[in-house]
Design a protein around this ligand. Structure first.
Ligand SMILES: O=C(O)CCC(=O)C(=O)O
Ligand SMILES: [Fe+2]
Length: 240
């Protein structure tokens, strides 16, 4: 597919799908990475959790501007990188480009997030719970009917950081809000352009997830919407 084919939001791509579970022999890698990062971060980890907000502990990001906390154990870091690259090939659609991985923590008592799409309309991700995903801590997402009018999709695309839920509800006859409940080490694929949000964690435990973030556009000079730094420059080029 060409870069332009990934720009428009497509209801058929949206939603989370259960695509399997992490093979038993790879599970210790993810738990070791988690323990190691927590150790490396020391009091910073606790401070992040105490802030009461859903937080990303990025281990690797393709974009050098990203805030990363590299693993001090370089052998472990290499092993994890290789595993994530393989997981992207195995669990995501063809053509997915891995752009980051790490942990997303939803601490007890967190604030709910705004409905959003991560970064750009072509963003997808692999989510792997390390603790149980429950109705009190897990990600909610929206699926839209195939018949969703173009202008409604365009409005979402124009500001993916904050989706206007009420406007969306006015724009279609119906849509569905779902939530993931899943065992640790399940592999969930969040399709391109999925509208989702983290909820307030009203459970008893901090919810820990591993993520691998993905995108499809190779050259963002075709990207027409305002977005994060990744495509800001591209927007200028596109409009020239
Ligand atoms: O932690 C969650 O359940 C969702 C987090 C999320 O979507 C985000 O921070 O972009
Ligand atoms: Fe998100």
């Amino acid at each position: 597919m060409h870069d332009r084919d990934y720009v428009k939001l497509q209801p058929a791509q949206m939603g989370f799908r259960y695509v399997g579970s992490v093979p038993a022999d790879a599970r210790p890698l993810l738990t070791r990475a988690y323990e190691s990062l927590k150790r490396d971060m020391g009091p910073k980890w606790d401070a992040q959790i105490a802030a009461g907000e859903i937080c990303w502990m990025n281990v690797w990001q393709e974009d050098e501007e990203g805030d990363v906390m590299e693993l001090s154990d370089k052998a472990l870091a290499r092993e994890l990188h290789a595993w994530c690259a393989r997981a992207a090939g195995e669990f995501a659609e063809k053509g997915a480009i891995m752009d980051g991985y790490g942990f997303v923590v939803n601490p007890v008592g967190s604030k709910p997030q705004a409905w959003h799409v991560d970064y750009t309309t072509d963003a997808a991700a692999i989510w792997i719970p390390l603790t149980q995903f429950t109705d009190r801590n897990a990600t909610q997402f929206i699926t839209l009917p195939e018949t969703t009018p173009e202008d409604v999709l365009e409005k979402v695309a124009s500001n993916v950081d904050e989706v206007d839920f009420a406007a969306l509800a006015r724009g279609v006859d119906h849509f569905q809000v779902h939530q993931i409940v899943a065992r640790p080490m399940s592999v969930l694929y969040m399709g391109r352009g999925t509208i989702h949000r983290g909820i307030s964690n009203t459970g008893d435990d901090n919810r820990i997830s591993f993520y691998v973030s993905l995108h499809f556009i190779r050259d963002y000079s075709v990207y027409p919407y305002a977005a994060d730094e990744r495509s800001e420059k591209a927007v200028v080029n596109f409009n020239d």
